[in-house]
Design a binder for this molecule. Structure first.
Ligand SMILES: Nc1nc2c(ncn2[C@@H]2O[C@H](COP(=O)(O)OP(=O)(O)OP(=O)(O)O)[C@@H](O)[C@H]2O)c(=O)[nH]1
Ligand SMILES: [Mg+2]
Length: 315
């Protein structure tokens, strides 16, 4: 299955919910206050947040159509608005060859998909011809190290590990030394999942950050929060909390295959000024894709991405 098909299939729960509640609106030839309110509710239900949903509904109400609007025209107009909102979030994850190594730190709450994303990222950079090293910075559980070692085997990537219960910051430092010595292009550091309200665990993250910076003051070059795309608005408070301690530079949103809350990306884009580097659409090593506003907007509304490209070139 192509990545776009996977994303569209994955976001079906989101787009169905939206088109269901929009069907009344899409049938009508003109938009009245009531149908705009329905639209707003549908957007909120997909987890865009009330503020963004209201802005989008207002914008759609002001669209001027050539001739009579029909369901397809409404849908396209909405997708265009979403694409414009999402476009500033696009920023591919690039490993700078001047960094030896380029260090990527992955943080987030328990189970958001950090370890899996480490494995997928290793594959991505290897596909680009870069050498990669993984660091098992989740030293809380022995099973976490084994899980990352599994990804190391699958992707043929060396994994730096420490004893269970050992200091995660020292491990990160050691991993940087080894990656530097080996001339590795990219070092990806996994960390233990932590709830944002556990102050001592959040402080540990700040320490990992500081220690990495001692080896190379420009590192970590990317400090990325991995967010579970099915949690909806909770992703907002997670990002807020992690941004403070981990100097976040970007986001990766996982589990968008099968999320009814795919609109949350629109809300995340509104609040933090952080880009969405990539999105996860499955558990396999290749199920990680660079985020594209056009594809995402189309998938969220359940139309073909080509429809947006054609509309764009027709203007
Ligand atoms: N469907 C789907 N599942 C995913 C995706 N990314 C991760 N998962 C699954 O989510 C579960 C948790 O993933 P992990 O990578 O272990 O998450 P984590 O953030 O490392 O978890 P902790 O280390 O416990 O904090 C696993 O079952 C993964 O297979 C995705 O994009 N889609
Ligand atoms: Mg993990």
């Amino acid at each position: 299955m192509s990545w776009f098909k996977k994303l569209t299939a994955g976001l079906k729960k989101s787009s169905n919910k939206m088109t269901d509640s929009l069907s009344g609106l899409f049938k009508s030839k003109k938009i009245d206050a009531e149908s705009l309110e329905d639209l707003e509710e549908a957007l909120i239900a997909s987890d865009m947040g009330p503020h963004v949903a209201a802005a989008i509904a207002t914008e759609l109400g002001q669209v001027k159509f050539d001739g009579e609007p029909d369901a397809d025209k409404w849908r396209l107009a909405l997708a265009q608005i979403l694409e414009r909102k999402l476009a500033p979030l696009e920023k591919p994850l690039i490993a700078d060859a001047d960094n030896r190594p380029h260090v990527i730190l992955l943080v987030g709450v328990n189970g958001s998909g950090k370890t899996t994303t480490c494995g997928k990222l290793a594959r991505k950079f290897q596909d680009e011809g870069k050498s990669v090293m993984l660091a098992a910075g989740d030293t809380f559980r022995a099973a976490a190290t084994e899980q990352l070692q599994g990804w190391g085997l699958r992707t043929d990537t060396p994994v730096i590990t420490g004893e269970a219960g050992s200091d995660a910051a020292s491990l990160a430092y050691r991993a940087m030394e080894q990656a530097h010595k080996a001339g590795t292009d990219v070092l990806i550091i996994d960390t233990a999942g932590r709830l944002q309200n556990r102050a001592e665990l959040m402080e540990e993250l700040a320490k990992i950050h500081r220690v990495i910076g001692k080896f190379d003051e420009s590192a970590p070059h990317d400090s990325i929060i991995v967010l579970d795309g099915t949690v909806g608005q909770n992703a907002i408070s997670q990002t807020k909390a992690f941004a403070e301690v981990a100097s976040l530079t970007g986001m990766i949103i996982t589990k968008l295959d099968g999320s009814a809350k795919g609109g949350v990306i629109v809300a995340l884009g509104d609040g933090f000024g952080l880009p969405v580097h990539m999105v996860g659409v499955g558990e396999g090593v290749d199920d990680l894709q660079t985020f594209g506003a056009r594809d995402y907007a189309a998938a969220l509304i359940g139309i073909e991405s080509d429809a947006l490209t054609q509309a764009d070139s027709a203007q």
